[in-house]
Design a protein around this ligand. Sequence first.
Ligand SMILES: C[S@@+](CC[C@H](N)C(=O)[O-])C[C@H]1O[C@@H](n2cnc3c(N)ncnc32)[C@H](O)[C@@H]1O
Length: 274
Amino acid sequence: MSMLEGSHQNPKSYWVGNSAKYRIIKALIHDCSGTQVPMRVLDFGAGDGGDWAKVVRDHPQIELTCFEPNPESNKKLSNLLQGTSARVINFEQLRAHEPQHFDRIISFSVFEHVLDRKDYLHTAHRLLAPHGIFYLNYDDGHFRNRLDVGVPRTWKTAVGTYVTNHLSSFKMKHGLSDKAMFYERVAEKDVNQLIEKLGFETKETWYENLEAFKLLAKSIKDSQAKVEFMDFWLEVEKTLNTRFARPLPSPHLGDSSNLWQVAASKTLALVRRK
Ligand SMILES: C[S@@+](CC[C@H](N)C(=O)[O-])C[C@H]1O[C@@H](n2cnc3c(N)ncnc32)[C@H](O)[C@@H]1O
């Protein structure tokens, strides 16, 4: 069944405010519900850990492993997950990990920060079980400039974003920046080439996180209304993706879908081809 069409359990309030994450967690909970069989999940670039502590406490079937290379985030992540069933692994443990182990690999807003993208995808491919799904989600939000000439307070941020974007890969390539600061736009054709080369097949692709909805979500404080709003948001984006996605005559902002212009978060559901 399509991820966008899927009927999923209510995920309570995990990762509200981000429809891309909310949809994937919903799917995960749906896929492991009603069974005692553990679902082995790798969060590949887990950051501070978000809502994982709540998720693994509420859903003991989820056997979560997290990898996070940034020392500061790793510390927060380890603190967050202390006392839960989840484990945090280091680089050596990741490298030495048993292959084809994970039923799901999740990567939220990581790929645009990865320096060696081929190596990252290769590792995910090595660790994904034959029946597994790798949710590769990446963001373009960093690269969108929101300069409003009529509103002077936006000038500083817009100019700062522009300069940082242009300097990020230059600084990294010349050893002037640490890895944690790296980001570079992900172009559709590059990621598709890598995926193909490494032996993945794309089962489904969708675009999410409409800017206006992200803003609205922030303004809703009551938790029940927040969850209702998230479900409404998911429905809207499902309709956009299933009925109104159109190819552009030529790629714009690195992608050929009209939806990418307004929804700066893209997810690919990947499976092993070989
Ligand atoms: C924007 S953060 C997203 C963190 C988390 N996934 C989230 O959604 O909150 C990007 C993360 O990618 C991690 N990262 C960068 N390069 C990586 C790599 N090669 N492998 C795994 N994670 C990486 C960074 O350390 C950072 O925590």
